[in-house]
Design a binder for this molecule. Sequence first.
Ligand SMILES: [Zn+2]
Length: 496
Amino acid sequence: MSNNPLIRQVHEKYKPIWALNHAFALLAWDLETYMPTGASEARGFAQAQLALLGQEKIVALSDLISEAQKSSNLSENDKGTLRIVERQVEYYSKVPSTLIEQLHRTATEANLVWREARRKSEFARFQPYLERLVELKKQEAEKLGYEGHPYNALMDRFEEGLTVRDTDAIFARLVPSLKRILEKVIAEGRYPAHHPLESEKYEEAAMSKVNVDLISLLGMPKDNFRLDVSTHPFTSGMAVSDVRITTRYEGVNFKEGISHVIHESGHAIYELQVDPSLEHTPLVHTPSLGFHESQSRFWENFVGRSREFTELIHPILTKNLPFVSTYSNDEVYRYFNMVRPSLIRVEADELTYNFHIVLRYELEKRLIGGDVTASEIPTVWSNMMEEYLGVRPKTDAEGSLQDIHWSGGDFGYFATYSLGNIIAGMIFKEIQRDMNFSETVRNGNLLAIREWLREHIHRWGGIYSPKELQQRLFGEVYNPDRLISYLEDKFLGQMT
Ligand SMILES: [Zn+2]
């Protein structure tokens, strides 16, 4: 596909790396879905060995990449290939394998301790592991190198080019606006904080029929897509022709299940709509987690929580969950859009969700910058929760122990959740230039929305960096004003 012989060589040598990633993804998916519990040690060993093999193959591309970079007349695809492979080569050449191994071992151990600590709600148990992980991540940042804040090196791993300066500026705009909207919504009681549908129980079989209708409405392709069950819902894109999502059945409060399926389908549609000619190359993946999350959030919130969409699925709900029949469209819409400041991130509503992210971003930045110690986390956490949302955790389990990320050593990840919402806001503004969005959703013409996203975002895979892709699409980068104006219209606008 490239005219440059060196790039063709890179693509040729990348094929086994693609295949290893494919195998790795399948093992990871199986681990969360069907693997018998007794197999975890063998699985861990196999995954570690495959990861090592992949690293060796990446580092072996180093000279070829440097050589190819000297070429003139590189196409956009060629430049994208070099950018992506160089980032991978750089990581494994700068961070010593002993440190990677230490991080991996500590994270495996920390994860087990975290589970126990969370169950008993004892932060003190987890604290020494958090300290150790922060120390190792600081070392990783030093090895990777950075300008300005050491946290920049860690965020860049998930969102290329994202800095503390960018993120501070984004949140400095977003937070006061969200506070203003939230205070007004609560003061005026515009959206309910509680709803009787929250406590309606459902049978798994009935809900699984809802899911079948839902994924058919979303147009998920039968031959390239699966829906299974796991403890935590996730999406695994193994190939452009093989994408899998999971959900869970909680037995009550069915909107959670609907949100899981729409959210993960948003991720899946992205993976399924990358240009098939990029398959087996380094370009086949999203440029960043923020972009990936923008897709899941766009479908979950901008489409899935709209009045038109709740009307569209009302017949699916009443057919399979008879208790919904006594509720009007408007009541179902209000159930999907309750606003209630709460302690748990994964249960947060559209309006309060970003506060949970700012809090984690601030804490991680301070931990990595040495401005706060692990032992201070529970108190700082509670104080910030109170400042942002007016609620204070009574236990560590509903405070600083609730998320898995730190125990896995994933520092630098959280901000991408909010970036996803922000990019989704930018998409929402842009897509309305090309279509009457409400009308399109009302008519159930979701294919038109999928097609728009394919054309503008999905097909490009990772050719452009996240900032370049935004610049091309929107002429601006991570502008939170689009999200703010969408939320203002939705939550403070004329109630229809
Ligand atoms: Zn997601």
